[in-house]
Design a protein around this ligand. Sequence first.
Ligand SMILES: *[C@@H]1O[C@H](CO)[C@@H](O)[C@H](O)[C@H]1NC(C)=O
Ligand SMILES: *[C@@H]1O[C@H](CO)[C@@H](O)[C@H](O)[C@H]1NC(C)=O
Ligand SMILES: *[C@@H]1O[C@H](CO)[C@@H](O)[C@H](O)[C@H]1NC(C)=O
Ligand SMILES: *[C@@H]1O[C@H](CO)[C@@H](O)[C@H](O)[C@H]1NC(C)=O
Ligand SMILES: *[C@@H]1O[C@H](CO)[C@@H](O)[C@H](O)[C@H]1NC(C)=O
Length: 521
Amino acid sequence: MKKLHAPASNLCIPYTMKTNTKNSEKLRTTWSVLKSLAFLFLLIPVIYVFCSLRFVDLFCFCTKQDFTTHHRSDIILSPPGLPRTDQGHDPHEPPEIKTNLSHVVFGIGASAKLWDHRKNYIKIWWRPNETRGFVWLDKHVKTEADEKKLLPPLKISNDTSKFTYKNLEGHGSAIRISRIVSETLRLGLEDVRWFVMGDDDTVFVPDNLVRVLKKYDHNHYYYIGSTSESHLQNIQFSYNMAYGGGGFAISYGLAKALEKMQDRCIQRYPGLYGSDDRIQACMAELGVPLTKEQGFHQFDVYGNIFGLLAAHPIAPLVSLHHLDVIEPIFPHMDRSRALQRLTLPMKLDSAGLMQQSICYDKTRRWTVSVSWGYAIQIFRGILTARELEIPARTFYNWYPKADYKGFAFNTRPLGKSPCQYPFVYYISKAATTTASCDDDAQNNQTIFSVYSLDKSPHPHCNWKMEDPSRIDKVEVYKKPNPYIWEKSPRRNCCRILPTQDNGTMVIDVGECSEDEIIEFR
Ligand SMILES: *[C@@H]1O[C@H](CO)[C@@H](O)[C@H](O)[C@H]1NC(C)=O
Ligand SMILES: *[C@@H]1O[C@H](CO)[C@@H](O)[C@H](O)[C@H]1NC(C)=O
Ligand SMILES: *[C@@H]1O[C@H](CO)[C@@H](O)[C@H](O)[C@H]1NC(C)=O
Ligand SMILES: *[C@@H]1O[C@H](CO)[C@@H](O)[C@H](O)[C@H]1NC(C)=O
Ligand SMILES: *[C@@H]1O[C@H](CO)[C@@H](O)[C@H](O)[C@H]1NC(C)=O
């Protein structure tokens, strides 16, 4: 038996099929086709009227709400077949004004006890009159008037003694700190798109934070950050959690949803350790996953993070943390001064900070790895890009008993033989210059940076090849490229330039041309 036209049944027209004679079947078929058609013609205006009413209704609701709350507009659905009106705000279009630093409000979790020491980390990155936000403390602290200008305004968190905290290893302040997002939202500041949480020992690169956040629509629900370097930490807490010290961002839309339920949510998890796992528990209840961005760094490691910074992922550097735990990022100086040293390249080309490029000195058979604004390594022999993009183990696991298998990413030994240990050059100078002479007299800006050899002793090597220790400085030319992260991520290229001075290496760093690849030939 043949099935007759399907649309009829879709429209729920009662249809009885008789099969006695061919003729009567034909007649009946024609009759029901006519009937269906007539019904259809009647139905279309009904659908139209219904839909347009619904549409108008929703649309009006929307325009009323849109400018204040920004997210109910999600429910406008143009009925099929009806053209979208231009008046409706399309929630999938990115907001017209691009997100900038003024849209971000920081919430820094701090304690009065450590304030005198930790405030120095905040001064490194805080930009008075540009960055917005507060330091949230448990008690009042004394600050000198001239110091006040360099720091965010201080606030005392609300009392949390009515909440239960039952974790034996942690500290009750976790509840206070996890409520900072809600407390900041309740302040009702204007023109806020993102709430960014950090610790008092977190150093942010604010421009890179904005580069990351501007990719997302703040009206929607976003929870952005990164996990720990330690696999065991991620097992103990969660791979779904943004670690608080690395900092994380909560979109305005999500903060509003969180604020409504956070206090109830917190009561359900008295046994959790910190503030960040409490936030994650509420995210799980809201059904919002972690959007992982690789530039947030919790740094759950000990020792020297050189290996991590020299092979940074191809993503903007957003934050550094655990600065009291790790060794100073530049040798022979204290932690604060070492971080201070990073601020100049950060100012000149934040987008390029710590970005790795790899090239070869053909005549001497050396491999060069640049971590722009930080350090350069020269290796004897040829190392491939796939080896060098993996961080060298200059640091230890957070759990003393865990070895290299305890990291949540690949690592490699510093060198396969003592001859392969790198010669390291740390940044010592950086300045903006006009383009070098071969640049068609264009007055384009170029950053000139100088890196000086770290003279720590090297193990003996019996390879009969030229020794990079004769090079005592490396000069790097690079054009700043603030828009590089608006393209698909790609490693920069470096090129070794000829020079007369045999104590210097000169390198150009910039976007790779189309066919430029990292190969030794
Ligand atoms: C940031 O965006 C605001 C609009 O919300 C605008 O008034 C301000 O000028 C922008 N700031 C910069 C530095 O572009
Ligand atoms: C910040 O702005 C205030 C008033 O607008 C001004 O008095 C102060 O000098 C500014 N501070 C800095 C560090 O620019
Ligand atoms: C909570 O903290 C805010 C900001 O510090 C303050 O304005 C408010 O009065 C506090 N509320 C309570 C109940 O303590
Ligand atoms: C910079 O130089 C490039 C080519 O070298 C040129 O196309 C561009 O217009 C220059 N930009 C400025 C601002 O001079
Ligand atoms: C450069 O190399 C030549 C020999 O190769 C040597 O005589 C000269 O002293 C070197 N100059 C510097 C500045 O190292």
